[in-house]
Write a protein that binds this ligand. Structure first.
Ligand code: NAP
Length: 256
């Protein structure tokens, strides 16, 4: 058992980790021993996040590279930077994501495409680039951050629902093509987690009480709730777990 969840010496890139869930996942992986690379678009916010994490783990254990996950060329540049400046990438967490709330009849195609690109296409672009390096080495872990909207729809968030549902099947498609090369690709589907992205929902009294009633665990999730599953899926402890999406949702998706 000892060492099964130890990530010492492994290089992990977490996209969208300048704040929110991604930042907490990077911290969890670092806490398990990994050398982590943070990512985001806003360079100033990213640098501040790197400095904050490095204060706890040391500068050699924390790096950052700004790139836009929706761009093929940028994804290639970002992964190449990690390989050259930090080391062979062993763990990729495709976490970067956005939300856009508007009824479907009023939804602009441009907004639909922006959400699909950021929440789904990005995992294909960054995942493919990472796999190009991982496959020849015969090992690698890719974790795609899904959502309860991978399984359940709600009004006003159609592109998000479509993207997150697609992300589960992309996880399966990656498994179909890359598992035989020693890669494990899985999804984590967080329930409602209190972050900047959901602060407006927490502040909405009606929505907040709906969440508490709709969740068997009767609370919002915390970023800390995602740490254990992320470390497990990044570690040798999950070496025969392939193509699964694990719901970390206080039981929301198992009840009506
Ligand atoms: P958040 O606080 O809004 O943070 C989003 C992160 O993604 C930021 O670091 C942002 O970087 C980055 N990002 C956005 N677009 C990007 C792009 N094109 N390229 C690179 N980075 C980009 O979001 P969150 O709530 O932590 O959510 C993170 C993930 O968890 C998302 O995939 C979301 O769908 C999923 N999720 C969240 C919840 C929840 O309750 N919060 C529940 C289920 C699933 P900048 O700082 O540079 O903008």
């Amino acid at each position: 058992m000892s060492g099964l969840f130890d990530l010492t010496g492994r290089v992990a890139l977490v996209t969208g980790s300048s704040r929110g869930i991604g930042n907490a996942l990077a911290r969890a992986l670092a806490d398990a021993g990994a050398t982590v690379v943070l990512n985001g678009v806003n360079a100033e916010r990213l640098k501040a996040a790197e400095v904050a994490l490095a204060a706890d783990f040391g500068p050699g254990r924390v790096h950052s590279v700004a790139f836009d996950v929706t761009s093929d060329a940028e994804a290639a540049r970002g992964i190449a930077w990690v390989e050259e400046h930090v080391g062979p990438l062993q763990i990729l967490v495709n976490n970067a994501g956005i939300q856009h709330r508007v009824p479907m009849l009023e939804l602009d195609v441009a907004d639909w495409e922006r959400v699909i690109k950021t929440d789904l296409t990005s995992a294909f672009l960054v995942g493919r680039e990472a796999a190009r390096h991982m496959i020849p080495r015969g090992r690698g872990k890719i974790i795609n951050i899904c959502s309860v909207q991978t399984d359940l729809a709600r009004p006003t968030i159609a592109p998000y629902v479509a993207a997150k549902g697609g992300l589960r099947n992309l996880t399966r498609a990656m498994t179909a093509e890359w598992a035989a090369s020693g890669l494990q690709i899985n999804g984590i589907a967080p329930g409602y987690i209190h972050t900047e992205m959901t602060q407006n929902l927490v502040d909405d009294e009606q929505f907040n009480s709906w969440i508490l009633g709709r969740t068997p665990a009767a609370r919002w999730g915390t970023v800390q709730d995602l740490a254990g599953p992320a470390v497990w899926l990044a570690s040798d402890g999950s070496d025969f777990v392939n193509g699964q999406t694990i719901f970390i949702d206080g039981g929301m998706t198992v009840v009506v």
